[in-house]
Design a binder for this molecule. Structure first.
Ligand SMILES: *Cc1c(COP(=O)(O)O)cnc(C)c1O
Length: 368
């Protein structure tokens, strides 16, 4: 949808919370935040209408959103989201990682879901605005962060099936503890052969709740098998690797080559893209191409595939120990994390936390 979005930047009003958590309570939460359990004192909301474009940009107290029961998102799932983090550096400053890439992806998701596009400038400004009031919610312990969750959905009350003429963009934030609190430990993953995540021409490349909804049942089956995540294959032939429910996948070959699946129906991760750049910088051969499950089987049997890892903003890089399927298993359940896996993880987090120079200009300071 081409929106009638205003071409000038939004200006945000601020309504401060009158029951913001006291410092002691906030510090208690930040000492053990977990993931996605606690939320900061404020949120952002911006409204869009077909006639008025984006308007009414607000920073307001965190709290329930009031929706008409006929709001079309509740019936037809016209919804998209993003996920990125704010990192506290040693000097106290607050930075985020490649926010313009998240903004561009939200725009691509918006196109696919027939939602209006929010400009990159307004997207990044919404992050700045929230951090300006809730910056004290960015924890400073190692590997902790403030997870930022922008999302957009159809708020129009109308049961006809067409794209909504009234939409809301919101931003909430949630302090996040170290993903692996006891050191990075490899996970086992379950190969889903009965269910696919997305099909040709579907929404697989958009970051939308619907893709997650379709992954929940296979994810439950993975848990039953003792696996942390589920791996999906392509829906057409059931033989090419796609991705996990919410993470992209890499295979590492003995000669140092990294291979990650190419597909129109997977989400193009910013973590994945950053890892490809870092690996190429180091002189590794990096291939983005179709990968058959048979290739993993053969490479595992021959010893040519030496490491496997998954990646995404929440966990950064998660080593994969074993792939379990109905009739085979690859790797071993107690395989240690791979050496390259761990060194790429270290380099990426060192950049995010400002411990090494940001030579790719990936960081955006949010608190200044
Ligand atoms: C968000 C997401 C990823 C990871 O993307 P990042 O930009 O690296 O966080 C991978 N797969 C799916 C399905 C996702 O929704």
């Amino acid at each position: 949808m081409t929106s009638t979005a205003t071409s000038f930047p939004l200006s945000f009003s601020l309504t401060p919370s009158t029951d913001a958590r006291a410092e002691a309570e906030r510090e208690a939460i930040l000492a053990d935040p977990g993931f996605g359990k606690h939320f900061t004192d404020h949120m952002v909301s911006v409204e869009w209408t077909l006639d008025g474009g984006w308007h009414d940009a607000q920073v307001l107290p965190y709290g329930p959103i009031s929706l008409d029961p006929a709001a079309s998102v509740l019936h037809y799932a016209q919804e998209i989201f993003e996920g990125l983090k704010a990192y506290r550096h040693a000097d106290g400053s607050i930075h985020t990682f490649r926010p313009e890439a998240n903004a561009a992806r939200l725009q691509r998701s918006a196109q696919r879901l027939a939602l209006p596009e929010l400009s990159t400038e307004d997207f990044i400004e919404s992050l700045r605005q929230l951090v300006a009031v809730d910056g004290s919610w960015v924890p400073d312990a190692p590997e902790t962060s403030l997870y930022l969750r922008p999302f957009m959905f159809a708020t129009e009350s109308f049961l006809g099936v067409r794209s909504a003429q009234k939409v809301g963009y919101y931003l909430i934030a949630s302090p996040a503890g170290a993903y692996f609190s006891n050191g990075v430990s490899p996970v086992n993953i379950w190969l889903s052969t009965d269910y696919n995540r997305a099909g040709r021409g579907g929404m697989g490349a958009a970051k939308t709740g619907g893709n997650y909804a379709s992954s929940l049942l296979p994810q439950e089956l993975a848990y039953e098998k003792g696996c942390a995540q589920v791996l999906f294959l392509d829906s057409q032939e059931g033989k090419y690797l796609e991705e996990l429910g919410g993470m992209n996948l890499f295979l590492v070959y003995k000669d140092g080559t990294l291979v990650t699946p190419e597909s129109d129906s997977i989400l193009s991760g910013i973590t994945r893209d950053s890892i490809m750049t870092l690996a190429r910088d180091r002189g590794h051969n990096v291939e983005i191409r179709k990968v058959e499950i048979e290739e993993w089987k053969a490479g595992s049997a021959s010893g040519d595939i030496v490491e496997v890892f998954a990646c995404g903003t929440a966990a950064v890089i998660t080593p994969v120990a074993q792939l379990l399927a109905d009739d085979f298993a690859l790797g071993s359940a107690d395989a240690p994390a791979g050496e390259l896996t761990m060194s790429l993880r270290q380099e990426l987090t060192d950049i995010q936390y400002g411990r090494i120079p940001d030579t790719h200009n990936w960081l955006t300071r949010l608190d200044a």
